[in-house]
Design a protein around this ligand. Structure first.
Ligand SMILES: Cc1cc2nc3c(=O)[nH]c(=O)nc-3n(C[C@H](O)[C@H](O)[C@H](O)COP(=O)(O)OP(=O)(O)OC[C@H]3O[C@@H](n4cnc5c(N)ncnc54)[C@H](O)[C@@H]3O)c2cc1C
Length: 309
């Protein structure tokens, strides 16, 4: 089917939308405002000779659905996904970085980074989209928008039925502190899980090797503090993690604040505009994780395909 579809966001929801459309014979274009593919499946390189990478967004992914299990199996066979730790149910990571997972998954897709969509408006049966790069309106047969719900709400101000859906959900924030060691401690595990434990952290784990670490603050601390001064947050988290590695010198690397990190309440309501070929996708529709975002992308592609055929 020769239709012109744009997908906004190169996170897992955007990539899954594009893959599903491709399976229907529709070649879409994905645009994303960030420098790199992946959205919240994020990887940050250490600028030294070691080629080490922090994973400061999603730490691993699970697979409960048949569709996502197939994606994992293909990735393992092709060696861009590996099992992480020894968990039941199994957890997975990109091999060697989280970003490698998405780079490989999207190999045959058309993606442009560093393009921010600033406006979307209907024009008869088509949709006009404006970005900050070309700065002129481009007309499409269909649009799938995968921004986190509050950002999607602002962008889709010409589509009130979708805004109604987007307004129903909410997110927790997360503060990610990235750090390294002067010398890797000998008794180090690969991860520390603080789920439901007292303190300010939810999780702390190594990245591409045991010298690159990310600590995530828990929902309570994050929601209360994400907009505080960065130096204050850095000091607070650095002094907290020292108790776990008291024998080693910890070197601060950087802090990343995710205002919309994990879905607290899912959105409900129509996922495609009743009148125009504009659909929404993202974790906010299905659940607080990578697999849920993937599934929502597939669903949005089905909705757009059925509308356009
Ligand atoms: C700190 C943290 C830890 C997490 N840990 C886990 C975990 O261990 N396991 C798990 O399964 N999940 C985890 N998650 C959740 C998981 O990362 C998300 O559910 C999933 O990645 C969401 O994907 P998405 O495609 O819906 O959204 P996103 O990944 O947010 O993609 C949206 C994209 O839209 C782009 N965008 C925004 N505005 C514009 C615009 N105007 N124009 C163009 N592009 C735009 C953004 O740059 C972004 O790339 C974690 C999330 C965070 C933040």
């Amino acid at each position: 089917m020769s239709k012109k579809v744009i997908i906004i966001g190169s996170g897992i929801a955007g990539i899954s939308s594009s893959l599903k459309l491709k399976s229907y014979g529709i070649n879409s274009i994905i645009v994303d405002k960030g420098n790199f593919i992946g959205g919240r499946i994020s990887t940050k390189q250490v600028n030294d000779e070691t080629s080490s990478y922090f994973f400061h967004g999603a730490q691993f992914f699970n697979a409960k659905t048949h569709t996502f299990k197939e994606i994992i199996q293909t990735g393992i066979r092709k060696k861009y996904i590996k099992e992480f730790g020894n968990f039941n149910p199994k957890r997975f990571r990109g091999n060697k970085t989280m970003r490698d997972f998405l780079l490989n998954l999207s190999k045959e897709l058309h993606i442009q980074q560093k393009v921010k969509i600033t406006e979307i408006k209907p024009d008869d049966n088509r949709i006009n989209v404006l970005d900050n790069k070309i700065k002129r309106w481009i007309s499409y047969d269909g649009v799938i928008s995968t921004l986190p719900a509050p950002q999607n709400y602002d962008l889709l101000n010409q589509f009130p039925p979708l805004q109604k859906t987007l307004k129903t959900g909410s997110y927790h924030a997360c503060i990610a502190l990235m750090f390294t060691f002067d010398e890797i401690p000998c008794d180090l595990k690969t991860h520390y899980d603080f789920y439901k434990k007292p303190g300010i952290l939810s999780w702390m784990a190594s990245g591409s090797n045991l010298n690159v670490w990310t600590a995530h603050t828990n929902e309570e601390f994050s929601d209360l503090n994400y907009d505080k001064d960065k130096d204050f947050l850095k000091e607070k988290i650095m002094s907290y993690i020292k108790q776990f590695f008291f024998r080693s010198k910890i070197r601060f690397h950087s802090l990343h604040i995710w205002k919309y990190a994990k879905v607290a309440n899912k959105c409900f309501g129509p996922q495609i505009d009743p009148k125009y070929p504009v659909a929404i996708a993202g974790d906010f529709l299905e659940g607080p994780n990578v697999e849920a975002a993937f599934i929502s992308g597939n669903k949005a592609a089905d909705l757009i395909f059925n509308r356009l055929k």
